[in-house]
Design a protein around this ligand. Sequence first.
Ligand SMILES: Nc1nc2c(c(=O)[nH]1)N[C@H]1C(S)=C(S)[C@@H](COP(=O)(O)OP(=O)(O)OC[C@H]3O[C@@H](n4cnc5c(=O)[nH]c(N)nc54)[C@H](O)[C@@H]3O)O[C@H]1N2
Ligand SMILES: Nc1nc2c(c(=O)[nH]1)N[C@H]1C(S)=C(S)[C@@H](COP(=O)(O)OP(=O)(O)OC[C@H]3O[C@@H](n4cnc5c(=O)[nH]c(N)nc54)[C@H](O)[C@@H]3O)O[C@H]1N2
Ligand code: SF4
Ligand SMILES: [Mo]
Length: 697
Amino acid sequence: MKVRTVIPDGVVPTLCRMCDTRCAINVHIKDGVIAEITPFGGHPVNHGRMCPRGGAAIDLFYHPDRILRPLKRKDDGSFAEISYEQALDEISTKLKALKTEHGAHTVGAWKGEGIGFYQQEGYVRRFIRAFGSPNYFSNDSACFNGRYLGYHLVCGFWNAFPEFDRAKLILLFGTNPPMCHPPFMRELADARQNGAKLIVIDPRLNPMACYADIFAQPYPGADGALGWGLINYLIQSKNYDSELVEQYAVGFEKIAAYAAKFTPRYVQAQSGIYAHVVEEIAQLIIKNRPDISIFPGAGLEHHENGVNSVRALAILSCLSGALGRPCGLFRPEFMGIRELTVDREQELTGPKPIGADKFPVLHDIRKECHTMTAMNYMLGQREYPLKGLIVTAANPAVTNPNTAKVEKALQNHDLLVVNDFFMTKTARLAHYILPAATFLEREELHFFPKYQTVNITRRIATVDGVLDEYRLWHELSQRLGFGNRYFPWKNETEVNQWLLEPTDVTVEFLRDHPQGYVYKPIRYQKYLTEGLPTPTGKLEFASEYLKLLGLDEIPEYTPPYHRRKNDNRFPFVLTTGARKSLFYHSRHQNIPRFRNVHPEAEMEIHPGDAARLQIKDREEVRVISEMGQLTIRASIKHPTELRRGVVEIYHGWEDWRVNFLTHDEINDPISGFPLLKAVPVRIEKLPAPIQASTKPV
Ligand SMILES: Nc1nc2c(c(=O)[nH]1)N[C@H]1C(S)=C(S)[C@@H](COP(=O)(O)OP(=O)(O)OC[C@H]3O[C@@H](n4cnc5c(=O)[nH]c(N)nc54)[C@H](O)[C@@H]3O)O[C@H]1N2
Ligand SMILES: Nc1nc2c(c(=O)[nH]1)N[C@H]1C(S)=C(S)[C@@H](COP(=O)(O)OP(=O)(O)OC[C@H]3O[C@@H](n4cnc5c(=O)[nH]c(N)nc54)[C@H](O)[C@@H]3O)O[C@H]1N2
Ligand code: SF4
Ligand SMILES: [Mo]
């Protein structure tokens, strides 16, 4: 591995991209080697702190298994190293042939969480549209899109992270900040120190719940019932922001009428949360409103009824008066740079984007295709086949639902290209694997809408023979004949200069501001003067847009699949993917010091359930759903740690893929999200091994 660092010795400030939180870090270079990563003080995100994954960027960068040359699959299934020139030439020749023979729409591009949802995503979107295909896919259709859509439908915007430290009451639904967003713990801790109350809603005692004033464990997927119960309580007791409702909302009467049945007793029956707890939560909202932060995590949206649960919580925030408040729903402003995506420039003509007919809202608002439906296109079961796919920074053979189908579908391509650092389960299925550049090899712009600041990350080093994401798309587009128009820039610095041109800020200026530059001051209650960016300009408690599409006008509550179906063959409910601090989805299992902490997968189970099934701690069991099965060790938890009847398995394990059990075709009707976190399962003991006889025969 030949590495060239930008400077032989010294410290370069940049942002950590080991997760989307993007803490500010210092990268220390000694004798041309990336020697250490330490936190950078003075940035609003992390205030000089860092989590253990930050330092692991070095482990990844120098990892002995890192792919450093393009690989081509041979007929016998093994891979041979080829030159970059050969790989790019062959891939573009095949792309051209697919376009000519079957049409550009039979090729798709898929970006994953590895590059997050910033500049690198823009390249993927730009490339595939320039190629002529509408088929852009991403992990986001199982990540934050459900929440994004839920808030957009009610308020016209979503600010992912409120200022928790300015709240008097914080309600966390299905989220686990100490594991998932460690830097936000400071704000949460400050809020607690200032006397804020904390309520955690989660079927599992997540680490955050240990600090809560109220911890309530719903049936997975039943949060919407609690949301409606709280809405009803506020309306019935006339303890809501009536001025806001009268002047800035549409559909109040409709939600008031629908909410009426959600009495605390009814909520108890639907969600499993005791009626008196529902009342206590409602009383705390009334006492502390309008300074309320309500934050839903992935635990709320990884369901087939998630968007409506999120909409209900958005309405609850507004009724409590938190619209426009720092701790509530305020609308961040954007910097006004150029856009890499060409969605606005180019009308879509030709064949439909995949999934846009079934999930029009997802495509309308997020301009994304539906990854789960894409599998059916890959398998040739829909109006046109998807024959070619370029995947960058994603591992869908592990992370997408219904693994058996995903594997079959990915193998059915004429051309599958995977750009990654490692030989992942997805890469193994590819015709070509390209060596990816880590974030330490890129220079990209980053925005923090919460603080309205911008940063630029720094290229710390280059690795001989590895192209960064930009160069990859640039080289492919040059060979495909649209490079000069869409990817004319020589490198990322030129891209960044072009992006920043409409602003008064330059690349050099940002390099000199590692603490982040405030591009615009925050204005809170903007809706008072500007209205809201919804179709009606008001809060849409009822949505005419959804009604016209034949979807729920108000966010009606649908009980989760396991409660509707009530199939006694599957008496347990499986929730998946509660994050572990050292792992990131399918990443970091190959870092030995992290793997030592989590050597193998486990299924968390309540001790009462384990006793009933006569399962011992660490015993291997079989978990079976309608979709498939998985053999895994049981880990018996303390009785308070899990709701009885609920089991939990981390997703992302390469060797224990929980997505063999999850559903790809039970989807949220608005977002298309799959059923990941409330899967009906049964648990079976494995047959006792046949004992080898010790007696001589
Ligand atoms: N260390 C680490 N950090 C990460 C990630 C990672 O893989 N590792 N992934 C990142 C990404 S891409 C994302 S999207 C975020 C996700 O982060 P979060 O939004 O915080 O979500 P999760 O950790 O998936 O789930 C949080 C909690 O939801 C609970 N839950 C499950 N089902 C339900 C339900 O029906 N209702 C309720 N109320 N709770 C439920 C789970 O028990 C879990 O404790 O984390 C990010 N941060
Ligand atoms: N059952 C279940 N399934 C889930 C979830 C769940 O909770 N339960 N969570 C869902 C969520 S929220 C998400 S976000 C998705 C995540 O789904 P994916 O995006 O598929 O997940 P990752 O494991 O993060 O895959 C990232 C891949 O990118 C590579 N990589 C990392 N950094 C880079 C980079 O800089 N460049 C390139 N080219 N490659 C890079 C890594 O080696 C890894 O193979 O999973 C979803 N799937
Ligand atoms: S939370 Fe950890 S992994 Fe995420 S950006 Fe900060 S230091 Fe990096
Ligand atoms: Mo995610």
